[in-house]
Design a protein around this ligand. Structure first.
Ligand code: UD1
Ligand code: CA
Length: 502
């Protein structure tokens, strides 16, 4: 990673050179985001399963700004709750503009003397490397303000970078204030800056709001710095990185850029995607090398996939851990589950929270597991519900097994030992325990504990009537003939009906 250094830094002794220059950050995230037409504050909207403002903080993290201050306002409590105590938050009570927002951080940065990165909470795709370059560009010039710009295909909505001739001629004009001629400028302000701390807070308190939106524009400081001191501009190459999210359409575009990035990252690290266009990942997902991801796979939250796994496709995993070498056949839905290494899951299986499957477990079609531990090599291959259970290893749970865990008031646990053999269509009425090496006959309803090594079954005597079928068919055919003989006209049907009744 690039070292942050300044041309002004002439210290020759090693200790000082190693000491990072003081850097703070302010992320402005108080706006409502009217153009989103949402109940939710804009910076709480997500891409890659993470709030926009979290992406901004993640890009900042490697620079270790101290302090990092987030300006909150609209839905301040929800934003604070999301961020926890990782950062300092300050409140902007009324949203009077981006300049006014940054000014709210003045108290939190009292006594700080260094450079301050200012970022918008709604510009989520910036990379840490870019922010480092911005800081370096700022420090290697005499500028009091350095702005990050980029050329874009469609500049509408953004502030435009206006470069005049000579010194002191850099400024930003907002979309709403731009002349016809300025509207055509395609170099825009990304809303990302590096300021000298003293300059920033001194000039912020002098800002006016004589503009189209009657707001205190942070962007005005670029012109102030340019006139009185110096201002510079660093131009980004990648237009996508600078994308600001103002509308749902912007959000969808940013999501697709992020998805491309995430998939490129995992391809690079040895994961195969059979159809990258239909895989959908979260920023928090980790995938081991040699894993193959089939079409229509969505990995959410903090899902961690081991090495050499195979996902046939059409699966959705959230906050789930998958061990090495697991096979997930078509159609697995898992939420907060753990799948052991070399397990085989699906097709069409449902793992609900706290499903904890050991290595080489088989969970087959139409099997649901919830809040249950299933020991190594145990199999439930067809049509079963395993809820609130502790299942040992090497057991076989037959087709149609149901743990009856709920009595309408409380949930109860089922305990199944090791090497237990459960016949098809069995109900285990919890609380109940099946000892190690026990056998349960098919079609049993088990309400009492079964000792280790025992066979349990219900007495349901089978009766057989020899020759019954022939008689049954004859009766059925006779009845059918009688019906068709009285072929119903409208009236006849009525009479027929009456006849039957009588
Ligand atoms: C802003 C810039 C524009 C730039 C664009 C980049 C200004 C005046 N304009 O415009 O030059 O091209 O970002 O995306 O700065 N916010 C507050 N408090 C407020 C107002 C805004 O915290 O009172 C926050 C918002 O939550 C948001 C960010 O500041 O995260 C940007 O605000 P927004 O209204 O989206 O500004 P833009 O019109 O996009
Ligand atoms: Ca914006």
């Amino acid at each position: 990673m690039m070292a942050i250094r300044t041309s002004k830094d002439t210290a020759s002794d090693d200790e000082r050179a190693a000491e990072p220059l003081p850097l703070a950050a302010v992320v402005i995230a108080a706006g409502q985001g009217k153009r989103m037409h949402s109940e939710r504050a804009k910076v709480l909207h997500e891409i890659g399963g993470r709030a926009l403002v979290e992406h901004v903080l993640a890009a900042l993290a490697p620079l270790r700004p101290d302090p990092a201050v987030v300006v909150v306002g609209h839905q301040a409590e929800r934003v604070r709750q999301l961020l926890g105590d990782k950062v300092t938050t300050v409140l902007q009570k009324d949203q009077l503009g981006t300049g006014h927002a940054v000014l709210q951080a003045k108290g939190a940065l009292r006594g700080f003397d260094g450079d301050i990165l200012v970022l918008c909470g709604d510009v989520p795709l910036l990379r840490a490397e870019t922010l480092m370059e911005l800081v370096e560009a700022h420090r290697s010039s005499d500028a009091k303000a350095t702005v990050l710009s980029v050329r874009v295909e469609d500049p509408s909505g953004y502030g435009r970078i206006v470069r005049g001739a000579g010194e002191g001629q850099l400024r930003i004009v907002e979309d709403a204030d731009a002349s016809d001629e300025e509207q055509h400028i395609d170099e825009i302000n990304t809303g990302t800056y590096c300021f000298d701390a003293a300059f920033l807070f001194r000039e912020l308190s002098r800002l006016g709001r004589e503009n189209a939106q009657r707001e205190y524009y942070l962007t005005d400081l670029v012109e102030v710095a340019s006139r009185r001191f110096a201002a510079t501009c660093l131009m980004l190459e990648d237009e996508d990185e600078a994308m600001g999210i103002n509308t749902r359409a912007d959000l969808a575009r940013a999501e697709s850029v992020l998805q491309d990035r995430l998939i490129a990252h995992w391809l690079e690290s040895g994961v195969t995607f059979l159809d990258p266009a239909t895989a959908f990942l979260s920023a928090g997902t980790i995938i081991g090398a040699e894993t193959v991801i089939g079409p229509y796979v969505r990995l959410d939250g903090t899902t961690v996939i081991g090495k050499g796994c195979v996902f046939e496709g059409a699966s959705h995993l959230r906050d789930t851990r998958v061990g090495d070498g697991a096979l997930l056949r078509w159609g697995v839905v898992a939420d907060s589950a753990r799948i052991g290494s070399e397990a085989k899951i699906g097709p069409f299986a449902h793992l609900r929270p706290e499903a904890d499957l050991g290595e080489q477990v088989h969970i087959g079609n139409f099997v649901e597991v919830k809040k249950s531990r299933v020991g190594a090599r145990t199999k439930a291959n067809h049509l079963a519900y395993i809820g609130d259970a502790d299942v040992g290893k090497d057991s076989n749970l037959g087709a149609g097994l149901i743990t009856c865990n709920y009595d309408g008031l409380d949930k109860h646990r089922t305990v199944i030992g090791d090497r237990v053999q459960i016949g098809s269509d069995t109900q285990l009425v919890a609380p109940v325990r099946l000892g190690d090496d026990s056998y349960i006959a098919a079609g049993s309803t088990i309400t009492k504990d079964v000792e280790p090594g025992s066979l349990a079954y219900n007495d349901k005597p089978q009766r057989t009537r020899a020759g019954w079928v022939a008689g049954f068919r004859a009766r059925a055919q006779g009845a059918a003939k009688a019906r068709s003989g009285a072929a119903p006209t409208h009236g006849a049907a009525k009479t027929g009906g009456k006849k039957k009744k009588g």
